[in-house]
Design a protein around this ligand. Structure first.
Ligand SMILES: NC(=O)c1ccc[n+]([C@@H]2O[C@H](COP(=O)([O-])OP(=O)(O)OC[C@H]3O[C@@H](n4cnc5c(N)ncnc54)[C@H](O)[C@@H]3O)[C@@H](O)[C@H]2O)c1
Length: 452
């Protein structure tokens, strides 16, 4: 028994260490599914919960709906007696450890929408019992674990909550996910994991869980430190991307190649980290998470000027790119209205099929609004579906010589490595490149290449 732990905590700790503690992963998306796999590989028994029956059915059929992670990840789970997927939230009481990986989007007015966390918390509360540890992984503003998640669990537990004290009978922690879909150099098990509990015992218990599936676990002094560190990481990216996007606009106007400038500055061995410009921010995290802090800061009478300025610059990028496109078309004797434009890449970044918050949608909408006829090609996204903001009802067109040549302009929004850029260089009338994908064909393209 660890000295400062009571009987309930030390029993849970030894169950975790012996891989007897059952772990519920709630939300089997980009974060939850690889996490379930990593902890399962570490020997823990897992129950995966999702409200989406189609995801559970896909796992049972051995098909990974997250294509970039491959089918083997789900067949390993499906074929194991230590994994089960379910939509029956009444079974949460079976779990000793519950890890919440549900979405945290923004509402209509850019306010945090933590309703998914609260719904899960209520479901947990209904079957709450002594000896359960709840860990929140969803990105959110500081104090959510302590002030929102735990009280919602306790409120739903009703009278049972009277005999369940946080830190003695039930435990809570925050551990941010640092998933970067498509990155080959790291995986869930090799990315260091921050863990901050509502108290020292909770931190220790949560760290013990992650040590089963993650090589490096970094305990911090509180849930608030872990929540804030995650936001700092994402705000850091958002602000630096905005900075380089601002540089791009200025350098473009001066006829200076921003990509070469970033690469040149990147040779400095200290004090500089390269960030690259693009057509705008995409993905579930960087365009959204910083505004969780903006909202919370107001409660404390502060404004977050860096975050808002970065947001302003980054969200103006699709408009900037289309202005450059219009100029280039004009130089080729074509108005935007009536032009045929092919947007190349719908996913928000290369070599993944994730289109959440992708700037490509914005680019397509703006082009259409200006009267262009727009299509897209993405080898990983065969068709669009209705999202929170956009419902384009489009399908990916072919990518062959005749199709490429039939467009007045091809606008590269995402630089998937599967795309044949040599074919594009040969047949395109005009290429607008927001990703520096055509560097190798610069000479061949000549005035047909415009970086934006
Ligand atoms: N995707 C990333 O790269 C990434 C990286 C770091 C942090 N995050 C954070 O992790 C969290 C989850 O993101 P994601 O990318 O995995 O989202 P996702 O949309 O891929 O997955 C969320 C899953 O939760 C399910 N779900 C929704 N409501 C539920 C509920 N009440 N109960 C159970 N399941 C529910 C959905 O069906 C979906 O399968 C977010 O807070 C996000 O900001 C994501």
């Amino acid at each position: 028994m660890v000295e400062h732990m009571n009987g309930v905590a030390s029993e849970l700790l030894s169950r975790i260490e012996r891989c007897e503690a059952k772990v519920a992963v709630v939300g089997l998306g980009y974060v939850g599914l690889p996490l379930a796999h990593a902890l399962h590989q570490g020997g823990l028994p897992i129950i995966g919960f999702d409200i989406d029956q189609a995801k559970i059915d896909a796992i049972n059929a051995g098909r990974n709906y997250l294509v970039h992670l491959g089918n083997e990840l789900v067949t390993t789970l499906r074929d194991s007696r230590r994994f089960e997927g379910t939509t029956d939230f009444g079974r949460l009481g079976e779990a000793d450890v519950i890890i919440i990986c549900v979405p945290t989007p923004l509402g209509k007015h850019w306010e945090p929408d933590i309703s998914y966390i609260l719904n899960t918390a209520q479901a947990i509360g209904r079957t709450l019992r002594a000896g359960q540890l709840v860990i929140l992984e969803s990105t959110t503003y500081p104090r959510t674990t302590r002030d929102d998640m735990m009280p919602a669990i306790m409120a739903a537990a009703g009278d049972r909550a009277k005999s369940l004290k946080v830190g003695s009978e039930v435990f809570g922690a925050f551990s941010p996910e640092r998933e970067d879909p498509g990155r080959k150099s790291h995986s869930t098990s090799t990315i260091p994991k921050l863990v901050g509990g509502l108290d020292a015992t909770s931190t220790e218990l949560a760290a013990a869980v992650y040590r089963k599936g993650v090589t490096t676990v970094v305990p911090v002094s509180s849930a608030e430190i872990a929540e804030s560190a995650k936001l700092l990481e994402n705000i850091f990216r958002s602000v630096n991307i905005a900075l380089v996007n601002e540089m791009k606009v200025v350098l473009d106007a001066m006829g200076i190649d921003v990509w070469e400038v970033v690469r040149a500055a990147g040779t400095k061995p200290f004090g500089f980290m390269p960030f690259y410009p693009g057509p705008g921010l995409g993905g579930h995290c960087i365009p959204i998470d910083p505004f969780y802090l903006t909202w919370k800061a107001r409660e404390y009478g502060h404004s977050t000027r860096f975050i808002e300025l970065a947001g302003e610059i980054n969200t103006s990028m699709p408009h900037y790119v289309i202005d450059r496109t219009a100029e280039a078309l004009n130089d080729h004797g074509k108005p935007v209205k009536g032009s045929r434009i092919l947007v190349l890449g719908l996913a928000y970044k290369a070599d993944i099929d994730d289109v959440r918050e992708s700037p490509s949608f914005e680019l397509i909408e703006i082009c259409k609004h200006r009267g262009a006829q727009v299509d897209y090609h993405d080898p990983l996204v065969p068709a669009t579906w209705a999202g929170r903001k956009h419902d384009l009802k489009m399908s990916s067109v072919a990518f062959d010589a005749a199709t490429i040549a039939s467009y007045d302009c091809v606008l590269i929004s995402t630089a998937h490595s599967k795309v044949d850029y040599a074919l594009l260089a040969k047949h395109a009338k005009l290429v607008i490149d927001t990703r520096d994908a055509m560097r190798a064909f610069e000479k061949e393209l000549g005035a047909r290449l415009v970086r934006a």
